[in-house]
Design a protein around this ligand. Sequence first.
Ligand code: NAP
Length: 197
Amino acid sequence: MTAKRLRVGVMGGTFDPIHHGHLVAASEAASTLGLDEVIFVPTGQPWHKKPVSSAEHRYLMTVIATAANPQFNVSRIDIDRPGTTYTIDTLRDLASQYPDADLVFISGADAIAQILAWKEIDQIWSLAEFIAVSRPGHVLELPEAPEGTISVLEVPALSISSTNIRSRAEEDKPIWYLVPDGVVQYIAKHQLYRGNK
Ligand code: NAP
């Protein structure tokens, strides 16, 4: 008898900082798509922008935010790989770490909308299926991808955004309940997002 293949979610993002929108999206994806596990993978150096916080801060906040959920794990693969982060490398590394799993890459709809410009896109399709998480009512034009490779998942809590949280922290406004309590305390302790403007 052949063993059932695992379905593993790969939650890719800058997570600067991680917030409840990301966590609800991962939880919703796990339940809707029947995932056995969700691995959060904070990007190293994204090709298109410079994160405000160091990879180590973003990684640690992601660990704090996901610690209580036994279905959630965090991987260092992107932050430990030297150079620019490309999803093709993320998926190849995870495919060799999880040879018995089908990978489901989950990210923001605005990020997935640009997927055709990603490195080695022709090779990417065979490595994972893609879930573009979006808030209800957000009109999204899906890129022309092979049939069945990209789906949309609507997540109401995604009206929370990392950009907004960074601005609030900068202006000394409360960020309680937008991010997990431990992340509020981590941001305060390390004085993240102060003096961004
Ligand atoms: P981004 O451009 O910072 O984010 C675009 C939008 O998606 C933002 O509204 C963002 O909200 C949201 N978002 C990002 N990650 C999300 C997640 N996991 N769940 C729900 N919403 C999310 O995108 P990014 O964070 O830099 O990149 C997203 C992923 O795509 C990363 O894994 C990255 O490595 C990959 N990517 C790969 C390539 C490539 O291979 N060439 C190029 C671009 C991106 P918040 O700001 O609130 O998170």
